[in-house]
Write a protein that binds this ligand. Structure first.
Ligand code: FRU
Length: 513
């Protein structure tokens, strides 16, 4: 481990060298999870896009293997998906792995291409007749195909992002695609650019007789706190049209942090819908204080639908139980009832800044209560319940290195590298307040506690060198934020504004691979 690797996560997936953004082409076959990703093997900034590739048997221990799809004269290999062609519909044999990705270049624009593998997804051959799909209207932003099998019509379906909407296509053989319909114009957080779609069915409240379709839409910009975020829409699908349950003005976010983007799910997994997101934000992804590599993925998460107290259906995002295998030490802190002042506990198990902290919090009548993770330099992250506003907040304003997030600096560099067009937020977010920070990184993010509909909150907090992920009440709230402390956070301080708040079952475990 070198100095430049100071922030390399201990138990999150990262590329050993180079740059990584979106997870791509994820599938599960013969006991192995395959995770491909947007990858630049030549440097730690965006460029030269390939599909990198890692494999795992438990979603936690990843082994990097050869990149599966390399950039070619047609263009960058942008995001996409992979499916197991059980019936051999594409004529590459039963169980061939077929990947659909976007080829992107100034010359050809963004076009959908196909590649196949007959060795279980380790080596891919590009289809010589590429592209298999071009936009019918010459659209510039047309990318990130996600393919799934639609059983009622026994056909493949593709959902692909097309500027400010998602388009559906269908195919008998993964090669010939017919346009079906579009959804999304005017829906959700604004402004937005739709990217990286996903589409799947889930039971509501665990009831197998009540199923709904979920459309995942990654948007950039549109994040509550600036930059990129994952939102989703719930509704019905009849093979032709997706009809959303909620009004266009409703925006539902899958994660309330600022570093959770390009969420997509694995194909080939039975009984669970498992997703992974890239832990960064296009506002500053290229300038985070890391050199040797850039980009980490979130812990894998399972998605479920639940009915909220407003009667609407929401999607929870909870860390998969497989992570329990990472626990190396276990420490139980005494229960705390805090009235006034602060209770400080030393997190001696966190020297590596790689730990999990669980607890049950009863804010009681406190207007504000929470805990601060901090280090000897006074760098801190303040995680608290703002009961007046009904919010869970994670404030990283003074978390350590933040200067790289100053707009001028981050955006200047973004321009130089001809990255994503940065659009200023011009109108307030619908229903949610707009923010205008001087620094895109030094800020707090918050989630509405109404999603939990409870008086006590179970918190599961994962700290890993440069990231904090919080899951509340089984993922009804998920919040993912990067932090760059110059020393590990070794202590935790619980506090309340005066009225009693209780913290029980506080458990701290050091996590290691
Ligand atoms: C999302 C995205 C995708 C695109 C890829 C390029 O982060 O912009 O839309 O395919 O990144 O790397």
């Amino acid at each position: 481990v070198t100095n430049t690797d100071f922030y390399r996560p201990s138990y999150h997936h990262t590329p050993s060298y180079g740059w990584m953004n979106d997870p791509n082409g994820m599938f599960y076959k013969d006991g192995v999870y395959h995770l491909c990703y947007q990858y630049n093997p030549y440097g730690s900034k965006w460029g030269n896009m390939h599909w990198g590739h890692a494999i795992s048997r438990d979603l936690i221990h990843w082994k990097e293997v050869e990149p599966t799809i390399a950039r070619d004269p047609m263009g960058h290999i942008f995001s996409g998906s992979a499916v197991i062609d059980k019936e051999g519909t594409a004529k590459y044999g039963k169980d061939a792995i077929v990947a659909l990705y976007t080829s992107a270049s100034d010359k050809n624009g963004q076009i959908q291409c196909m590649a196949y593998s007959t060795d279980g997804g380790y080596t891919f051959h590009k289809y010589p007749g590429n592209p298999v799909l071009t936009p019918f209207d010459g659209l510039k932003d047309f990318r990130d195909p996600k393919v799934f099998w639609y059983a009622p019509l026994k056909k493949w379906y593709m959902i692909v992002s097309a500027d400010k909407e998602m388009r559906f296509y269908s195919s008998p053989n993964l090669r010939d695609w017919t346009y079906i319909s579009a959804f999304g114009q005017g829906y959700g957080a604004q402004p937005n650019q739709f990217e990286c779609p996903d589409f799947f069915q889930l039971p509501v409240d665990g009831n197998p007789n009540k199923k709904k379709w979920v459309m995942i839409v990654n948007i950039n910009p549109g994040c509550l706190f600036g930059g990129s975020a994952t939102e989703y829409f719930i509704g019905d699908f009849d093979g032709k049209n997706f009809v959303c349950d909620s009004k266009p003005s409703v925006a539902k976010f899958l994660d309330y942090g600022k570093d959770h983007y390009a969420t997509v799910t694995f194909s080939g997994v039975q009984d669970r819908v498992l997703g992974i997101a890239w832990m960064s934000n296009w506002q500053y992804a290229n300038v985070t204080p890391i050199r040797q590599y850039r980009g980490a993925n979130t812990l894998p998460r399972e998605f479920k639908l639940f009915t909220g107290k407003d009667g609407q259906i929401y999607m929870s995002s909870n860390v998969v139980p497989e992570v329990a295998g990472l626990r190396k030490t276990f420490k139980r802190l005494p229960d705390l009832v805090i009235a006034q002042g602060k209770d400080s506990k030393n997190l001696s198990s966190s020297k590596e800044n790689a730990f999990e902290m669980e607890m049950d919090v009863a804010p009681g009548d406190a207007a504000k209560t929470g805990f601060i993770l901090y280090n000897e330099k006074g760098e801190k992250v303040n995680i608290y319940f703002d009961m007046k506003a009904g919010r869970l907040v994670m404030d990283r304003t003074e978390s350590g290195r933040t200067k790289f997030g100053e707009k001028a600096e981050a955006h200047k560099i973004e321009k130089e590298f001809d990255l994503h067009e940065h659009r200023e937020i011009k109108e307030p977010f619908r229903k949610l307040n707009s923010v205008n920070y001087k620094n895109d990184f030094a800020l707090g993010t918050w989630a509405p506690l109404s999603l939990c509909d409870s008086k006590t909150y179970h918190l599961d907090v994962f700290v890993d060198k440069c990231s904090i992920e919080i899951f509340v009440n089984g993922g009804r709230i998920a919040m993912t934020n990067l932090v760059f402390p110059t020393q590990p956070y070794t202590s935790v301080k619980f506090y309340s504004d005066g009225n009693k708040a209780a913290y029980r079952n506080i458990k701290v475990s050091e996590l290691r691979l």
